[in-house]
Design a protein around this ligand. Structure first.
Ligand SMILES: Nc1ncnc2c1ncn2[C@@H]1O[C@H](COP(=O)(O)OP(=O)(O)OP(=O)(O)O)[C@@H](O)[C@H]1O
Length: 494
């Protein structure tokens, strides 16, 4: 049975002295004795091997005079190997000077002068051990306090960040009364509950932004938000990314890898483009969601995980289920609540505020002083269909800010595709109900002829899918001649 009393190693080459100490202390302590430094070292090493490697004994009581060495020298070595052991030296008056000189070197707690009194020796050993216990407690509490305050501070910072981000929903820029309002209201309510959420919407409509907003508005806010684009990587890699793998599980698996489900533990995992996963992968995901545990590739044991899942897709997942390309059971697991983000063309009312926002951001990011878009440019931005949604709008704005030197960005600084979109609109407004070309009723002759010319140019370009060579041919112009006209009317950059 392991001893529950503190262990004291007594080192004295005079047997009767060692025995006297043993008799004095043995009621309160578990005593070992050694007659030499070698024997003491043997005991310590043995105890370190079978017991506590850091503290093979609790206290050493060592005579200063030993064959071949001194108590101080021996305790100095002990201090280097086992600093936790309390070191006490016993000596006669004649050695006092050596001991005082070596006390700091060997980190001696106390020294006992011969002849010692039994009660005094018991009290001294007890005090020394009590002092070590208190010391340890103080160190532990100090560490706990530091770790605690560190963790608290980190948590407070995370909370603060979360509070700042709590209006992540505000990052989904929208005009008052936008269809996006309704989506955000639903998402905000759903965020509070641990329901799975399926976000549907075309590419670039803000699915990731919405998933983040839900996470940061949820009780899991201070835990991780991790995401994976399921369409971007092959199955085998996706499995290892999501569930992790063990070292040696496959060629190239040089070390254990913790998967995203485990990394997200306590928080949220966002599975983007879930509709693009293979049926095999769907089975694996379903198992994880049903059982609440993942098994890393090559592992024999599963690991429990507590993760909220938000999935997104640009596909109509119900149609995918009907077509047999997506598992129905997984669909129902994922679609606790479904929210659909409207395409930008379905909420043109938001374009103005989004443009303002993005323009301000682009001006800062690119360090370019811009005041805004010219009315014709704004008209192009408002009428274009934005198949790539806000991502495309963002790219367009950054492109214009980067390439245009003017403070007010003209329509000519926009991509041709936007001008083409505008042309469709203008073509319609340039014709009357009977399909005849409308002549502006006001303006000088040059202006009115110019407006007609622009309408004809745009119409020709549209008919020829913006192929300038063909449009020029149809209009009886050279390609260069057409280009000059487009530049003159602000339809193209120089
Ligand atoms: N309402 C919005 N207001 C401002 N910026 C937005 C808005 N919605 C999206 N964005 C921005 O548009 C870009 C695309 O958004 P996000 O990545 O969230 O779209 P997504 O639907 O997840 O796209 P994909 O399906 O291609 O992954 C990002 O830069 C995002 O910050």
């Amino acid at each position: 049975m392991p001893s529950i009393q503190p262990t004291v190693l007594v080192i004295d080459d005079e047997r009767h002295s060692a025995d006297a100490i043993r008799r004095t202390l043995e009621d309160d302590f578990d005593i070992r004795t050694a007659g030499s430094a070698e024997e003491a070292l043997g005991i310590l090493e043995n105890e370190a091997r079978i017991g506590n490697p850091d503290t093979p004994v609790d206290l050493i009581l060592c005579d200063q005079r030993m064959p071949g060495t001194t108590g101080i020298a021996f305790l100095k070595g002990v201090r280097e190997r086992w600093p936790e052991i309390v070191r006490v030296i016993i000596s006669g008056h004649t050695d006092a000077e050596d001991i005082i000189a070596g006390i700091n070197e060997a980190g001696i707690y106390q020294y006992v002068l011969k002849p010692w009194l039994p009660d005094h020796l018991v009290a001294l050993v007890s005090d020394a051990l009590e002092a070590r216990r208190l010391n340890r407690d103080v160190r532990r509490l100090d560490m706990e306090l530091r770790a605690g305050t560190g963790a608290l501070r980190a948590r407070a910072q995370k909370r603060q960040a979360a509070v700042e981000l709590h209006h992540e929903f505000d990052r989904l820029v929208r005009a008052p009364g936008s269809p996006l309002d309704e989506v955000c209201r639903t998402a905000q309510k759903v965020a509070r509950y641990d329901l799975s959420v399926l976000i549907q919407g075309e590419s670039g409509t803000g699915k990731e932004l919405l998933a983040r907003a839900i996470h940061y508005a949820s009780p899991r806010t201070t835990d991780p938000f991790v995401m994976e684009n399921c369409a971007a990587i092959p199955d085998s890699l996706l499995e290892s990314e999501l569930f992790g793998h063990r070292r040696g599980a496959f060629t190239g698996a040089h070390a254990d890898h913790v998967g995203l489900f485990q990394r997200a533990n306590g928080g949220t995992i966002f599975l983007d483009e879930i509709g693009d996963t293979s049926l095999t992968m769907q089975v694996k995901l379903l198992r994880v969601l049903q059982e609440g545990e993942v098994r890393p590739v090559g592992a024999t044991q599963s690991v429990r995980v507590d993760v909220r899942v938000i999935a997104a897709t640009h596909r109509d997942l119900e149609a995918e289920v009907r077509a047999g390309r997506f598992r129905e059971d997984l669909y129902y697991r994922l679609a606790g609540v479904t929210v659909t983000l409207p395409a930008l063309r379905e909420r043109t009312m938001d374009i103005g505020v989004i443009v303002d926002n993005l323009l301000a951001q682009a001006a800062i990011d690119l360090a370019r002083p811009v005041h805004g878009f010219a009315p014709e440019a704004m008209a192009c931005l408002l009428t274009y269909a934005w198949p790539g949604n806000i991502r495309e709008l963002r790219n367009e704005i950054y492109r214009a800010v980067a390439l245009c030197d003017e403070l007010v960005i003209p329509a000519a600084a926009l991509s041709p595709k936007l001008l083409r979109g505008q042309a469709v609109n203008e073509m319609h407004s340039a014709r009357d109900d009977a399909g005849g070309l409308r002549v502006p009723e006001t303006g000088t002759l040059v202006e009115r002829l110019g407006a007609i010319e622009v309408a004809i140019l745009k119409e020709a370009l549209l008919q020829h899918r913006w192929n300038k060579t063909r449009a020029a041919k149809a209009l009886g112009l050279s390609r260069v001649g057409l280009k000059q006209k487009l530049v003159r009317f602000g339809l193209e950059e120089k």
